[in-house]
Write a protein that binds this ligand. Sequence first.
Ligand code: SAM
Length: 221
Amino acid sequence: MRRVPEPELMDDPEQARAYAEADFGEANDLFVRLFGELVGGGSLTGQVVDLGCGPADIPLRLARVYPDLRFVLVDGSEAMLAHAQAIWARAGLLERAQMLQASLPPRDPLPASPYDAVISNSLIHHLHAPDPLWVLLRSCGKPGAPVLVMDLRRPESRAEQEALVETYAGDAPSVLRRDFRNSLAAAFTLEEIRQQIENAGLAHLAVRAVSNRHLAVSGRL
Ligand SMILES: C[S@@+](CC[C@H](N)C(=O)[O-])C[C@H]1O[C@@H](n2cnc3c(N)ncnc32)[C@H](O)[C@@H]1O
C-alpha cells in the first residue's frame, strides 16, 4: 500500500480529547514490557525523554514501575499536553515530569539532555520527513542509553487496513476510527524504518514486528 501522510500535530481539541480518553492499554502495556526487556531487571534512575508524548500514558505507566525515573515529556500539541498535565496530576506524579511544548525536531537542545533513556510511541508515522527525528534521537541520549521507539506498521493492502480498523476501532468514536485508518496509511514499513535508522547511523538498533500492527526499534545508543 502506498504511504499517505497525515497531519503532524494532533492539536484539534476534539481529536486530542478522543485520543486521551481512548483505551490504548494493550499497546501501552506492550511498550512497557518491551522497555523492561530492553533494560533488564533492577532499578533505573535518571531522566527519560518521551518524544511526541501525547497524553503521556506510557511514561506514566513507566513512572509507576520505575519510581526513580524522571520524565521530560515533549509534544507540539498544546491540547495533548493539557491532557498529559491533567492525567499526571490525577496520578499525583506531576513533580516527576517536565512538560514541553515543542515541534520536533526542536530548534534548541531539549532541557536536561542528554537523557538516560529515549522513548517514543506512535510519533514517527506523523512525520512528513522522519530522518531528522532519528538524528535527534541519536544525539539526545547518553552513550549506552536504552532507546525504544514503537509505531504502527503500514498494512500491505486496503483490505488489511480495513480489517485492522474494524478489529481495533470498530466501536470507537468516529474521530478515532478516522485517525486510526489515516495513521495506518501514514505508517512506515519495516524496510523503510531500517533505511531511516541506517541513514541516521543507528543501524545497530533492532527493528522488528511486535504485533499484527506494530513495529519496534530498540537497542542502546
Ligand atoms: C498518535 S499520538 C501518540 C501519543 C503518545 N506517544 C502515545 O503513545 O499515546 C502522536 C503525537 O505526536 C505529536 N506530534 C506529531 N508530530 C509532531 C512534531 N513534529 N513535533 C511534536 N509533536 C508531534 C502529536 O501532537 C501527538 O500528540
